[in-house]
Design a protein around this ligand. Structure first.
Ligand SMILES: Nc1ncnc2c1ncn2[C@@H]1O[C@H](COP(=O)(O)OP(=O)(O)OP(=O)(O)O)[C@@H](O)[C@H]1O
Ligand SMILES: [Mg+2]
Length: 460
């Protein structure tokens, strides 16, 4: 899932992905560990017993197997229904996981809006639906088992009758008949054991299909990583230019966001992207990060030193630092969060980045300093503090291109101005792109683009 193309994955709820990742994988893993060996054991036992009987008396062997095609024929239709029900059960399970996940991560909103009763009702409704589906599956597997068991029983009695007939007609001795009956008992019990594997086999095949849905999605290619690394080393001193030309993009199944647009940003420059909400500012940053693929146009990076041009691809992400909209801190200590983008960063480097991002002023007062834990989604810190930590993390990476998506929206005007001034006065040859709704941010920008009528229009 981590290397799967993001656009394809976006059609799935994270709860669904989580269920495929955990439940479906477990079903398949358990299948491999128990279902498969049992299938082999029972099949070998069935076949060897059948061959033994066949060797001594082919007629007896045929009679003992006569019920098999009947059972297979009658349960075929049942198996199709079971597969369909099992698919619905798996989908419902995924829906419930997603629902619970969203509920637990939005407890504050649910409580604040007094929605506890509504959520409880919705969950009850889903549980009831899930229960009904499981009951249907259970009923179908019971019917399938009953049909197969009855067939087994019929075979058993058929064997008894045939054995008695063969003894009566003098074809076999009483001893041979006893052996045949014992073997036919083994045949019946093995067949029954094989039958118990049917519901599990349906679950395994449905889970495998659900995993294959993800497996068959296009993957991102990181084939030019070394080339990009060399490009970075050669151009680090003079920075990197960004040139988008004639670019068009439309979300899958959505309306067009960009149509034949151009955009440029250069080293040592801070470029602002402005425009009404929903016009495409974040989308442009996602295109720069190759998280989305433009349908047409060219998107290239040009080295400030060598003048070499490379296309924007997933591997070029190593040239970027990104502060997304919203809280994106992970649970762990501040230092762990920082080192997630630069593993070998020293404490001094971390503190220096925190100082530039004006985060050191509150981190230094924490009892454990940079070893202070951050809760899930930045819990324990204010929105503005979490934004400053996220900016510090991006600065620590020392990438030639910095993307800030409304990264200072939760800060007061004075802190915001001071922080942006810190970034702008940094001598590192960085190309910085900021998206903003605030005019105060524009004062420190070298150029401003407005997204208007699906184009990036240069304003200043
Ligand atoms: N994953 C998605 N799938 C389909 N459409 C999307 C998706 N994400 C965004 N959009 C659509 O693309 C358009 C641009 O969205 P985008 O997030 O880039 O806007 P924005 O300019 O960053 O807005 P804001 O200022 O509110 O952050 C919107 O109309 C939105 O409905
Ligand atoms: Mg946005």
């Amino acid at each position: 899932m981590l290397i799967t193309d993001l656009e394809s994955l976006q059609n799935y709820h994270t709860g669904d992905l989580l269920t495929r990742w955990s439940n479906d994988s477990s079903t398949i893993a358990n299948g491999i560990l128990s279902w498969l060996p049992n299938l082999v054991i029972y099949t070998v036992r069935l076949l060897s017993t059948f061959i033994m009987v066949f060797y001594h008396d082919p007629w007896f062997a045929l009679i003992s197997m006569i019920g098999m095609p009947v059972s297979i024929f009658t349960t075929r239709h049942m198996l199709q229904s079971m597969r369909k029900t099992n698919k619905n059960v798996a989908a419902m399970n995924a829906k419930m996981t997603g629902f619970n996940q969203e509920t637990f991560s939005n407890l504050q909103t649910i409580k604040a809006f007094d929605m506890i009763r509504l959520y409880r009702q919705q969950l009850r409704g889903m549980q009831q639906e899930y229960l009904d589906m499981r009951m249907t599956f259970q009923r179908l597997s019971l019917i399938a088992s009953a049909i197969m068991s009855l067939a087994g029983l019929a075979i058993s009695y058929g064997c008894y009758a045939f054995g008695i007939y063969r003894v009566w007609s003098g074809a076999i001795s009483y001893g041979t008949m006893t052996m045949f009956l014992a073997l036919s008992g083994t045949l019946t019990s093995t067949l029954n054991q094989l039958i118990t594997l049917i519901p599990t086999s349906v679950s395994i095949s449905v889970s495998a299909r659900r995993l294959m849905d993800i497996w068959n999605m296009p993957c991102e290619s990181f084939s030019h990583t070394e080339e990009v690394q060399r490009f970075l080393e050669e151009n680090r001193a003079d920075g990197i230019h960004i040139c988008l030309s004639d670019l068009s993009y439309q979300y899958q199944g959505g309306t067009s966001v960009f149509s034949h647009t151009d955009f440029e940003a250069h080293p040592q420059e801070t470029v602002a992207l402005i425009g009404p909400s929903g016009e495409g500012k974040t989308t442009l940053l996602r295109l720069l990060l190759s998280l989305l693929r433009a349908q047409s146009g060219t998107a290239i990076l040009r080295g400030g030193t060598t003048g070499e041009r490379i296309r924007l691809i997933p591997s070029t992400r190593q040239l970027f630092s990104y502060v997304p909209q919203g809280n994106t801190m992970f649970s762990g200590t501040i230092a762990e969060n920082m080192r997630s983008v630069k593993e070998d960063a020293s404490d001094e480097e971390i503190i220096s980045a925190l100082k530039t991002a004006l985060a050191w002023e509150f981190v230094k007062n924490l009892p454990d300093g940079i070893a202070h834990p951050i809760g899930e989604r930045g819990k324990g810190f204010s929105e503005g503090q979490a934004q400053r930590l996220a900016i510090a993390r991006a600065l620590l990476r020392k990438s030639p291109i910095l993307l800030l998506d409304e990264a200072t929206s939760a800060l007061d005007a004075a802190t915001e101005a001071a922080l942006l001034k810190n970034i702008a006065s940094d001598t590192y040859p960085r190309t910085c792109i900021v998206t903003t709704h605030r005019s105060s941010v524009l004062d420190i920008c070298d150029r401003v683009y407005e997204i208007r009528e699906k184009k990036c229009v240069k304003v200043t």
